[in-house]
Design a protein around this ligand. Structure first.
Ligand code: NAD
Length: 489
């Protein structure tokens, strides 16, 4: 029987090190609050260097035995973990919504999405093949085998507190690596709940370790992993600025890095597109998690011939969206993660207005709901001088840019240091071929706004980072290739 937990029973306040829940060594704690109303959910361990070191020690002690387990044994544990996550979908979804703010249906959806990676890598664990290299010289046999890279440090953001860490832990465990993890300070509880279920599934002590830390202490705690030569890989999802910092700071021990960083996704609507489908796709891609998604369209380019019609269609739908706390089951847009996030959104909208943009709907904070709410917004007459063109807004704001020629849209779409997601809508087959090749991005949605899948490679180019999560490529980042040359045969 797969065990189910009540939502409160999933909450853990301590670090998980060597198979035990332990407080921070110096007893420090920090508060985790509900972004809808600021109420306290829990005080959790505020870890420092010594806690990070203890986690690495546990991961190092567990590595020799774990890397020797059979792939099918690791797969079986991952399957049990998957079953537990699915069985606890409602409780986990409610926890995500409470600490992160996304609507309840989206919280449950995130659980299913994160679980799909665990199921996927349970299967992939059994398909880690090597190669027998065609013989080059008589009397010599050459082969390549794949081995777990070693201890993996996983550092994750707040916007998908379950999915982002699940899709790092699952491939690491599948490959035979041990893990030290640190979730974002805004949303540590979901990650701890996930680790609780992994333990319940039979992940041996020390194989998976998790520490939580406030923003202030994170830098010191993580720096210990960056300097420690036993940690062979960093897998990070978060902002580009922090990703660069991790790359610089881990250079001395030459760790392998996977960096899933920020985006500034373009969404192009050509005048031959199905406008209804484009509006639906844009809404799906843009307003998921209140616009706080790295693959959210940030800049929407609409061809001049359909600009007014598309803007009106979109504004009509966006103005009908319901905003409120995640606990209200009819809500489509929850609170933003914190006050800082709302201030950035308001700054981007104000800057756009000052530079000539017009609001079709929204455009303001919603103080009656609380300090962290912002109205879903459609802006027209956006242009490239505006801050929302060059920076990720990370909120429910759609700026519409006008273009005339295809080449103009492609040039504008690529005029960013980022290259994570991109989208375009057209019914012209030749254009589909041209534009999908021309866009500088790791992911391209063609007449589609919902593109993430455990079966597909997820990751960016340019300053959106490197490495791929999910798919048959997702294990590569956790493996190293060893060449064996056997002579005297
Ligand atoms: P962030 O970079 O501020 O934080 C991410 C993680 O890094 C957190 O756990 C944080 O505590 C930790 N961290 C922060 N400063 C650190 C430091 N100096 N040393 C070590 N660790 C540090 O990002 P965020 O605000 O939590 O998340 C939003 C960002 O994440 C956005 O830019 C978004 O685009 C990006 N993101 C990318 C993807 C992707 O797959 N490419 C997915 C989700 C989010």
């Amino acid at each position: 029987m797969t065990r189910t937990f009540a939502p409160e029973a999933l909450i853990r306040k301590d670090n998980f090190i060597g198979g035990r829940w332990v407080p921070a060594i110096d007893g420090a704690c920090f508060a985790v609050t509900d972004p809808a109303d600021g109420s306290l959910i829990a005080e959790v361990a505020d870890s420092d260097i010594a806690d990070a070191r203890a986690a690495t020690d546990a991961a190092a002690a567990a590595l020799p035995a774990w890397r020797e387990t059979l792939p099918k044994e690791r797969a079986e544990i991952l399957r049990r973990w998957h079953a537990l996550i699915v069985a606890n979908q409602d409780a986990l979804g409610a926890l995500i919504s409470r600490e992160q703010g996304k609507p309840l249906a989206e919280g449950r959806g995130e659980v299913a999405y994160g679980a799909s990676y665990v199921a996927w890598f349970a299967e992939e664990a059994t398909r880690i093949y090597g190669d027998l290299i065609p013989q080059q010289q008589r009397g010599k046999r050459m082969s390549a085998v794949k081995e777990p890279i070693g201890i993996v440090a996983a550092i994750t953001p707040w916007n998908f507190p379950l999915a982002m860490i699940a899709r790092k832990i699952a491939p690491a465990l599948a490959a035979g690596c041990t893990v030290v993890g640190k979730p974002a300070e805004d949303t540590p509880l979901t990650a701890s709940a996930l680790v609780l279920l992994a333990h319940e599934a039979g992940v041996p002590p020390g194989v998976l370790n998790l520490i939580t830390a406030s923003r202030q202490r994170t830098v010191a705690a993580v720096s210990d992993w960056l300097r420690d030569a036993r940690v062979r890989k960093i897998t990070f999802t978060g902002s580009t600025a922090v990703g660069k910092h991790l790359a610089r700071e881990s250079a001395d021990t030459l760790k392998k890095l996977s960096l899933e960083l920020g985006g500034n996704a373009p969404f192009i609507v050509f005048d031959d597109a199905d406008l209804e489908a484009a509006a639906a796709g844009l809404i799906a891609a843009k307003f998921r998690n209140g616009g706080q998604t790295c693959v959210c369209p940030n800049r929407v380019y609409v061809q001049a011939g359909v600009y007014e019609r598309f803007a009106a269609l979109l504004a009509d739908r966006v103005s009908a969206m319901k905003v409120g706390p995640a606990s209200d089951t009819e809500v489509q847009i929850g609170p933003m993660i914190n006050e800082r996030a709302v201030q950035k959104i308001a700054r981007h909208v104000d800057d756009a207005i000052t530079r000539g943009a017009r609001i079709l709907t929204g455009g303001t904070r919603l103080p009656a709901l609380g300090p962290n709410f912002f109205a879903p917004t459609v802006l027209v007459d956006a242009d490239s001088r505006m801050e929302l063109c060059s920076e990720e807004t990370f909120g429910p704001v759609v700026p519409l840019f006008r273009f005339n020629e295809e080449c103009e849209a492609i040039e504008a779409a690529n005029a960013t240091p980022y290259g994570l997601a991109s989208y375009f809508y057209t019914n012209d087959m030749k254009r589909i071929e041209r534009v999908s090749r021309a866009l500088e991005a790791g992911l391209v949605g063609i007449n589609e706004g919902a593109i993430s899948s455990e079966a597909a490679p997820f990751g960016g180019v340019k300053e959106s980072g490197y490495g791929r999560e999910g798919s048959k490529y997702g294990l590569d980042d956790y493996l190293s290739i060893k060449y064996l040359c056997q002579g005297n045969l």
